[in-house]
Design a protein around this ligand. Structure first.
Ligand SMILES: NC(=O)c1ccc[n+]([C@@H]2O[C@H](COP(=O)([O-])OP(=O)(O)OC[C@H]3O[C@@H](n4cnc5c(N)ncnc54)[C@H](OP(=O)(O)O)[C@@H]3O)[C@@H](O)[C@H]2O)c1
Length: 324
């Protein structure tokens, strides 16, 4: 495993992309503006058999599917309509939209929302937790038989964020007292802490089956994600950088990531999917800049009791139990 470095998707694919030929990959959050859209275009270059492109609007996926059709007509694409803020819609999408897909080699969860005004999912959960984390918790459970059918070397990649470093799951008030105590950044960091905690336990559970699981930080990329940011947000980030390092949940200093291209944002996802130099012992880790970043996971997200507690309440929220 190499040292942390910002790479382009093309660099990672040049080294390891051959292993993607003929594979089936499912990506959430696909749109023209999103990292997931770029990821789909990048992966198409490696000749997968089928790219399942998920979004809640077909118009998000159509321009990406069109580009792939023009550049790689041999690569099949399919739109999978899922609204991640609705658990029954997720169940229906998997049941009906993927009934004829027996195996999925790689699943990359990229969809997400950042610092939106307070809102609830259809099932009554705080929106950022529901879309960024809980939807993935249910989707992994539903997709696992298809990923297991793909066998060793398949992967589950859960996009997280550098904001995870300041995030904790507030077990006493995970829903912000029905919005009364809502703070958008705290909710975004909570949802990313949950994503990374989930990946850690899932990776440990699936290690013996050779299924790769990582949560990843794509770095800082200008995308649709900043749509809820206040005016002047990008200038504000530059001011934060000038003010010096941030402090993580354990009081350790860290730097905000530099802005990168979409291709660089997608690269760490591809590293998680296929870089064979990552040790199986690191399954479940958090990756940043194409490398395992153990020191980015603070004590709250590493804590086994917190992770077990999160798993248990997540099963209660989706009203289904994992058989793992
Ligand atoms: N960009 C960054 O700097 C950065 C940094 C760290 C982490 N991340 C993470 O990277 C991921 C990708 O973000 P991005 O930067 O590519 O942002 P983006 O352009 O906003 O893409 C996110 C996608 O998620 C979709 N989405 C939101 N709510 C959904 C729902 N309820 N159901 C289905 N799809 C939904 C959006 O589709 P709609 O158009 O339908 O809303 C959008 O296409 C996110 O999970 C984010 O937390 C990004």
């Amino acid at each position: 495993m190499s040292a942390p470095q910002i790479l382009r998707s093309e660099d990672v694919l040049e080294k390891y992309g051959k292993s993607l030929a003929g594979k089936t990959v499912l990506i959430t959050g696909v749109s023209e503006q999103s990292i997931a859209g770029e990821l789909a275009i990048q992966l198409a270059a490696a000749d997968p058999k089928l790219l399942i492109l998920s979004a809640r609007k077909e118009s998000n996926v159509a321009p990406i599917a069109e580009k792939i059709k023009n550049s790689k007509p041999n690569v099949e694409t399919r739109f999978l309509n899922i609204d991640l803020s609705d658990l029954s819609n997720i169940r229906q999408a998997v049941k009906e939209g993927l009934a004829d897909v027996p195996k999925i080699d790689h699943v990359v969860f990229v969809a997400g929302v950042m610092i939106c005004p307070y809102g609830k999912t259809k099932d009554g959960f705080e929106m950022q937790l529901g879309v960024n984390y809980l939807a993935n918790f249910l989707l992994v459970k539903l997709l696992l038989p298809k990923i297991q059918a793909a066998g060793p070397g398949s992967s589950i990649i859960i996009t997280s964020s550098g904001v995870m470093r300041q995030g904790k799951v507030n077990f006493e008030d995970i829903g912000f007292s029905d919005g009364k105590t809502y703070e958008p950044w705290t909710a975004y960091s909570q949802s990313n802490a949950a994503r990374t905690m989930f990946a850690k336990r899932l990776g440990e559970k699936l290690k013996s089956q050779g299924i790769r699981v990582f949560s990843i930080d794509p770095g800082s990329v200008k995308t649709g994600l900043q749509r809820h940011s206040p005016p002047g947000f990008f200038d504000m980030v530059e001011e934060w950088k000038k003010a010096g390092p941030l402090v993580d949940a354990d009081g350790n200093k860290f730097l905000i990531q530099p802005w990168t291209t979409q291709s660089e944002g997608a690269a760490t996802m591809i590293t998680g999917m296929i870089d064979p130099t990552i040790s199986a012992d690191d399954n479940g880790s958090y990756l940043c800049q194409n490398a395992v970043a153990k020191d980015h996971m603070h004590s709250h997200v590493r804590d086994e009791q917190n992770i077990s507690r999160l798993w248990k309440i997540s099963e209660e929220m989706i009203q289904e139990k994992y058989d793992l």
